[in-house]
Design a protein around this ligand. Sequence first.
Ligand SMILES: *[C@@H]1O[C@H](CO)[C@@H](O)[C@H](O)[C@H]1NC(C)=O
Ligand SMILES: *[C@@H]1O[C@H](CO)[C@@H](O)[C@H](O)[C@H]1NC(C)=O
Ligand SMILES: *[C@@H]1O[C@H](CO)[C@@H](O)[C@H](O)[C@H]1NC(C)=O
Ligand SMILES: *[C@@H]1O[C@H](CO)[C@@H](O)[C@H](O)[C@H]1NC(C)=O
Length: 356
Amino acid sequence: MNMWLSIFALLVFSKIQLHVHGNPQVPCYFIFGDSLVDNGNNNQLQTKAKVNYLPYGVDYPSGPTGRFSNGRTTADFLAEFLGFDHHIPPFTTARGSDILEGVNYASGSAGIRNETGQHLGVHVSLDGQLKNHRATISRIFRILGKNVSTSGYLKRCLYSVGMGSNDYINNYFLTKYSSKRLYSPKNYAKVLIQQYSQQIKRLYSYGARKVVVFGVGIIGCTPNANSLHGKKGSLCVDKMNHAVRRFNTELKSLINQLNADHSDAKFIYINAYRMASMNVSSFGFKVWDVGCCPVGKYGQCDPDQQENICKNRSEYLFWDSFHPTEIVNNILAARAYKAFEKFDTYPTDISHLAKI
Ligand SMILES: *[C@@H]1O[C@H](CO)[C@@H](O)[C@H](O)[C@H]1NC(C)=O
Ligand SMILES: *[C@@H]1O[C@H](CO)[C@@H](O)[C@H](O)[C@H]1NC(C)=O
Ligand SMILES: *[C@@H]1O[C@H](CO)[C@@H](O)[C@H](O)[C@H]1NC(C)=O
Ligand SMILES: *[C@@H]1O[C@H](CO)[C@@H](O)[C@H](O)[C@H]1NC(C)=O
C-alpha cells in the first residue's frame, strides 16, 4: 500500500519541479466551477458559502483566500502541473494583463441551474460565469490589439468546467426546492445535461477548443450527506450516489456528442466519481466519515474552533463536511493530468490535451 502513495508522490512532485521555471504548456487556463475550485470569488458576496477565514487555508502559503480547503484546490494543482508559476487568479481580483494567463470564475454554491444554492445567498451560477468570461474576452481583445488574433490565442488555452454537485446537494436533495417533486432522478439528469450542453457549447462559441469537464464525485459519501440523509445501513447515502451516476453517464455521452459535432475542438471527461471510489485505506487515509475541522450549522469549519482541527491533514479525506483535503485534491488533479488507470479520463488526459 505504501507503493501507491510513493508512486503518486513521485508523479506529483516531479511534475512540479519539471515545469516550475519553464513556459507553461498552454498560454492560458480558464476555470469554471463551484466551491471545489472557487479561490475567492464569493468573498465579497452576500452569502453563507464563503470561507475567507481560518482554519481555511491553514496549509496555503498566503493563508485564507476563500478556497474551501486547508490548502490548494485541484485547479491550483493543475496550474502547477501545466507549468504556470502562479495559481490562476479569481475573476473578482484579476487585473490588467494578468488575465492573459487565465481567470478563475468558480463560485461556491453555484450550479448548472440558476436557482441552485440560492438559499445560501448570492453566487455566480454557470450562466453568470460564462457572462464574466465574455467580459474577459473583450478585455483580452483590447490588450492584444488588432494585429493579434484573439480567437487564435483563445483556442490554445485550456478550459476546465466542473459543475453539477450543487444541483444535487443544494437543490434536488433539499425539500426547499421543487426539483425532486418535478423530476425523477432520470429526468433530472436529462434536464441538467440539456442545460449543461448549451452552456458548454456557449463556451465553444467563445473560442474554447480544449475543454476538460469534471464529472460529479461521490456526493453521497460526504459527512454532510451522511448526517443529513442517513446511511440506512450502507456506507453512504445510496440515493444520492445513484442519482449522480445517472448524471455522469449522460455527461460522458455528451462528451462523445460534442467531440463528434466539433472536429476542431477536443472535449475530455474526468471520472472523479471512479477516482473517489478508490480503496481509501490503501492511500494511507485513516478517517473518511468526518471532516478534519469542527463545523458549524452549514457544514463549514467553525472559525472559533481553529485550535481543534486535526493535526495530520493527510490522514483525512474530508476537510469540512463537504470538501476534500488538499491531499485528495492533489491526487485527483494528478490523475486528471496524467491518467493512472484507464478509466480515470476519457478519451484522453489533460497532459495529452494540453499538447494538441
Ligand atoms: C438567475 O436568477 C436570479 C434571481 O432569480 C435573476 O436575478 C437572474 O437574472 C437569473 N439569471 C439568469 C441567467 O437567468
Ligand atoms: C499592425 O499591422 C500593420 C500592417 O502590417 C502595421 O502597419 C502596424 O504597424 C501594426 N500595428 C501594431 C500596433 O503592431
Ligand atoms: C483496502 O486496503 C486495505 C489496506 O491496504 C486492505 O486491508 C483492505 O482489504 C482493502 N479493502 C478492499 C475492499 O479492497
Ligand atoms: C501523517 O499521516 C500519513 C498517513 O498516515 C503518514 O504517512 C505521515 O507520516 C503522518 N505525518 C505525521 C507528521 O504524523
